[in-house]
Each structure stands twice: as C-alpha cells, then as structure tokens.
Design a protein. Sequence first.
Length: 199
Amino acid sequence: MPIQNHPSRNKASQSPTPKRKWTRTPTVANTATRAQADWTAAAFQMNHEHLEDIPDEEWVMTFDVNITAIFRLCQAALKHMKPGSSIINTRSVNSDMPKPTLLPYATTKGAIANFTAGLAQMLGPENIRVNCVAPGPIWTPLIVSTMPDEEVQNFGGQTPLGRPGQPVEVAPIYVLLASDEASYITGQRYGITGGKPML
C-alpha cells in the first residue's frame, strides 16, 4: 500500500502537530544510496554466486566507496563540528544478516557498524553523537540497478509487513537523531526493517 494511502495517514481526528523548536545542530549524514552520492557517501553492491567471481578491484572499490568514504567524510567534517553535533551513518541489515551473494557489500556494512560504535566512544567526551541507521528492504534505485529481476519482483515480501519500505518511511529516524531531542543517544543502531528483528 503506498504510504500516501496508508490508513494512519487518513485519520480525521489526528491531533495537531506540536510546535517544535529547532536548532541548527551540525549533522553529517552518510547515506547508502547512489542517488545521494553528490552530497554524501555512496554505496556500491554487486551480486556474485561464488567467492572466486568477485574481482579484487571490485572488493577494493566496495570498501573505498562504502566505508573509506565515510571515514574521510567524518574526518573532514569533524573540524567544523561543535558540541551537540551529530554524525549519522547508514549501514544495512546486511551487517547482521549478511546475504552471501552480496559478500563485499555486507562486509562493509559490518565495518560501518563497528566504525560507528568506536567513533561514538571516541567523540563522546566532545559531546558529538554518532549513530547509525540500518534499513532493511527499502525501495531505492540501488535495488533495480544491482539485483536480478526475480529478486526485484519479490523485494521486501519476506518482511512481516509484507512489502518494501519507502524512503519517506526511513526519514523520521534521521530527523530524530539529528535533533536536540536525541542529545543522550549515541553509539546506537536503528533498524528500519518492516518488522524483521535485529538482535
């Protein structure tokens, strides 16, 4: 069901949205879609059935794009960040539930999880928060451009909600983590998985 037609969006008796005071908290958001590569870190993934099918150049490029870019972006941004700032990395459920045909990609997502946890401890004394979001099956351009047609057809169907998520359904967690309301949240991961548990 499209998010615009979801029953929760059509309630006539919804209470008014409370006014929120927003401050300009410097935030670095490292996201996981090539569509946003012009302003954040990108992600790269390719399907392979066998380990020997993965070219060395692709392995290195996947690490360069998916984790080394996040390291460099955080390092460059840090000199501009003040106490209360926030870094939000995007990893994937593949860091906890690695898909064997996405071995290089899944491996880098595990690296992002460890980088986030370690960086949160490193920057905690400076009051700079570091968290990560782990989307499950979210409908992005990366899906149709890198997956076989039969997987695209069934994408997201294995979740308890029975469908892939939409980017608009992921956005609220980034807004929260970037806000002052998340001032005591750091070193954490948030799964947006359509009900698939991440333990």
